[in-house]
Design a protein around this ligand. Structure first.
Ligand SMILES: CCCCCCCCCCCCC[C@@H](O)CC(=O)SCCNC(=O)CCNC(=O)[C@H](O)C(C)(C)COP(=O)(O)OP(=O)(O)OC[C@H]1O[C@@H](n2cnc3c(N)ncnc32)[C@H](O)[C@@H]1OP(=O)(O)O
Length: 237
């Protein structure tokens, strides 16, 4: 009896040690990830500012940052499963951005010089520098109040501005998509399937109506929880 109790204690200790090691490894990985992402978005911010100062125009700016943007925005996919946040909330946010970068702005050269592209790029960049530096300092237990404040206040204005930039960019893409027939499949074809990317884009634009308010409300709840200490009960996925 005594020996099985001792065994239990040893087992418990081993389990606790394993859990601690796992949690330390996850924290180390997340800290590295967030530092890398903060650095990536800072590089994007500096490249954009340098481009504008040197050339005096936003024309050509997207092309100059496209590769870096694609890399760091796509890398955000790893967040969808590793953080505590709802998979749906993070998934919609990350996937819509990746979609915006790969299947709209990078795919349709003719819209890359639109002002709306600069609008969402600037808004995303400010948001991500703030967000990833918030997570980094938080994980290191040295979070300056102004970063916490910025993380949970900037979005009030930046989120709608980002949405405006994204929607105007998709809207600007519509005529080019219709004319070129890109990513579309017309009948007859061997799969007997038809797909019109033009109408798909219209559906994407309409999907902002139900989805964006949910993301915005989620952030407002997070704001109340973090800045005002309210206890919020979120539904599971
Ligand atoms: C294929 C077709 C696609 C169709 C598309 C359809 C369109 C759908 C509409 C979508 C509209 C999107 C528009 C958008 O792109 C516009 C913009 O983004 S504009 C710029 C302004 N944006 C923002 O301010 C974004 C705000 N959103 C977010 O921050 C997140 O993306 C979101 C997932 C929405 C919410 O974040 P989260 O729930 O994670 O909040 P917290 O930051 O408070 O974190 C909660 C807890 O998780 C911990 N956490 C999260 N991430 C990390 C990390 N990287 N490292 C460490 N820890 C992390 C965090 O610390 C919190 O922990 P705790 O609970 O202990 O405090």
């Amino acid at each position: 009896m005594a020996s099985s109790e001792e065994d239990g204690t040893v087992e418990e200790k081993e389990n606790n040690n394993k859990k601690r090691t796992k949690s330390a490894l996850i924290t180390a990985w997340l800290t590295f990830y967030n530092i890398a992402m903060t650095a990536g978005w800072l590089v994007l911010a500096i490249t954009m500012m340098r481009f504008y100062i040197q050339k005096g125009t936003h024309k050509g700016l997207y092309r100059s940052i496209a590769r870096t943007l694609k890399f760091f925005q796509t890398f955000a996919l790893v967040e969808v499963r590793i953080v505590r946040t709802s998979v749906i909330v993070t998934g919609v946010q990350v996937c819509s951005r990746i979609y915006m970068v790969w299947f709209i702005t990078s795919s349709i050269r003719q819209i890359q010089n639109e002002e709306s592209v600069i609008l969402f790029l600037v808004v995303w960049t400010v948001t991500e520098i703030t967000r990833y530096s918030y997570y980094t300092f938080n994980l290191l237990h040295h979070l300056p109040y102004f970063i916490k404040w910025a993380r949970y206040n900037f979005f009030i204005v930046l989120y709608p501005l980002g949405v405006v930039g994204e929607l105007l960019t998709i809207y600007a893409a519509l005529p080019f998509v219709r004319r070129s027939g890109m990513y579309s499949m017309r009948l007859p074809n061997k799969y007997n399937v038809s797909f019109d990317y033009y109408y798909f884009l219209i559906i994407v634009m309409l999907s902002y109506i139900p989805l964006f308010p949910q993301l915005y409300l989620h952030m407002l709840r997070q704001r109340r929880r973090v800045l005002h200490g309210e206890v919020i009960v979120e539904k599971d996925d």
